[in-house]
Design a protein around this ligand. Structure first.
Ligand SMILES: *Cc1c(COP(=O)(O)O)cnc(C)c1O
Length: 380
């Protein structure tokens, strides 16, 4: 299925392999056993499109989804009428009718939110379900450990249907905070006995000791991102981003390329000028030269075309990016050809590192101007 811009008119194309995404989810589900596995589809399924990703996962057996915002929850509900949908980012009272009507479950993460929820539910016979987020070391969302233990001890309180916490350093397996968080969660779990509990994000699934919890919550690894730093990525690549080559020109030795004249040519250089830029989420910090980020100049991005990797040349601009294709055989590429910016040959996380960031940010920055293709076999 294809969406987005008309392929005849678009500057770039984004190919999303839903079979690979499902295979990744299945691998994570296997690794999570005996826990069940949900899917985190916030930020429009990490930029890939809730309306495509959620039905594919539902078909594969995923029954629980997490989003950041209720607005995103509605989009999940529209394509998965029977799913359990948790909304991570807190709760405001004016949203209650929407939660009720669309059967969304808030993840409450402060005493204020718990009080608010209690007062809104006080007169109801059929109490609305909620999840409780406990902070065990991240200092982002969640009640404190002590608050949670006090909440559990007070019998007047309604019980959450899910108890969860979030790991701050799961991608770094050696970090001492992991064990501290897991131990705190262990204590909590004893206080909330009989209640489903959830701790592992993508990297957490690869830790020993977190599989015993009932529900894992992978995001990035499903989408092909590295679940931990260092070591080979065990996930299949899901997303391929390609841009069209608009023209091929020759710059002469001694000339410069692009804004700021930051790239000076040390040789006569064939330049492929491609229809992609930072307005499309191809981040300016991946420029081959001259864009310092926090004091360092990053190596810059690489494209892949005609069987070879080629470096970004000069600054990435809003709509155009140049690559040095001098080392390719003459006539290997032509205007209209596509150059891969990340995918099978340029791993997502390598492209991200070249821009000083992480795969999550590249995916969620993907622009709206691409032609989008979703690959899916009939069998799943
Ligand atoms: C985003 C998020 C996840 C998923 O994290 P990944 O690292 O993408 O697997 C899980 N839980 C919470 C609370 C999150 O905010």
């Amino acid at each position: 299925m294809t969406t987005g811009a008309d392929p005849r008119l678009a500057g770039g194309r984004l190919t999303i392999d839903l079979d690979a995404l499902v295979a990744n989810w299945q691998l994570l589900a296997e690794k999570s056993l005996p826990a069940q596995t949900s899917a985190v589809v916030k930020a429009d399924a990490y930029g890939l499109g809730i309306i495509h990703v959620v039905p594919a996962l539902w078909q594969a057996g995923c029954r629980t989804f997490f989003v950041a915002l209720a607005e995103e929850g509605l989009r999940v509900r529209a394509v998965a009428p029977d799913a359990r949908v948790f909304v991570l980012n807190g709760f405001f009272s004016e949203a209650l009718p929407v939660y009720e009507e669309s059967d969304l479950i808030p993840v409450l993460g402060s005493l204020q939110e718990l009080d608010l929820w209690r007062s809104l539910n006080a007169k109801r016979k059929d109490k609305l379900p909620f999840a409780l987020h406990v902070d065990t070391g991240m200092n982002r969302l969640g009640v404190t450990l002590d608050e949670a233990l006090a909440f559990a001890a007070d019998r007047r309180n309604d019980k959450p249907i899910l108890l969860m916490t979030h790991l701050a350093t799961a991608d770094d397996r050696a970090h001492a905070l992991n064990d501290r968080q897991i131990q705190s969660f262990h204590k909590l779990r004893a206080a909330f006995s009989g209640i489903e509990s959830s701790i592992a994000n993508s990297p957490g699934i690869f830790h020993s000791g977190v599989g015993e919890y009932e529900l894992s919550r992978p995001g990035v690894a499903m989408y092909g991102g590295e679940p931990f730093s260092g070591g080979a990525n065990p996930m299949r690549h899901v997303v391929t981003l390609e841009a069209r080559i608009v023209q091929i020109r020759t710059g002469r030795k001694g000339e410069t390329v692009g804004y700021g004249a930051t790239a000076r040519l040390g040789r006569d250089t064939r330049i492929a000028v491609c229809s992609v830029g930072y307005a499309d989420g191809y981040l300016r910090s991946a420029s081959g030269s001259g864009v310092p980020l926090r004091g360092t100049v990053l190596n810059g991005g690489e494209g892949f075309v005609a069987g070879s990797k080629v470096p970004v040349l000069g600054r990435i601009t809003m709509d155009l990016t140049s690559f040095d294709i001098t080392d390719l055989p003459v006539d290997a590429v032509r205007p209209g050809d596509y150059i891969e910016l990340f995918g099978q040959n340029v791993p997502l996380d390598d492209a991200a590192r070249a821009a000083g960031t992480i795969g999550y940010e590249l995916l969620t920055s993907l622009g709206t101007r691409y032609h989008r293709r979703y690959l899916k076999s009939e069998s799943n």
